[in-house]
Design a protein around this ligand. Sequence first.
Ligand SMILES: [Cu+2]
Length: 158
Amino acid sequence: MSFPSSSHAYGIGLIAVIVGAGVGIVYYQMYFIPEFNAKPHVDAKILNPGQTTTIVIVPGAENPAQEQNFVPKTIDVQLGINNLVIWKNTGDIGHTVTLDPDVNFVDKYSGKFGSPEIIKPGENYQFLFTQEVTVKYHCDPHPWMKASVNIVHGALTS
Ligand SMILES: [Cu+2]
């Protein structure tokens, strides 16, 4: 016991190193890894598809007796090819593109699907799909306007 104080300091130092390493590991597992994993890795071809898909909201779409409202009513869309989907309102009144209540879908890159408000005549709503999904949607003010898009694996995607 010739250097009691320095051996005590050594013990405290060792504990500090162990605690510090423990804090580092906890931080890495609880904050760093989840944040790293939360950033979606989306293929560049899917982020910048060469073509777009257009769905037209036709004049008279709000008429329940009219068969045509969203045209086409169902469509296959290929990831990496035409997965940017544009709804064009060519009618005379406003409509929405609203996810059906029984469909639970949030795109891992683009987030929530659906027009945030009424799409006015002459205006568009667009959504970049980045994953395979079948989305059933409707128009909020005219719930009989129903349609779906089916996002499928593209020929060019791996
Ligand atoms: Cu409508």
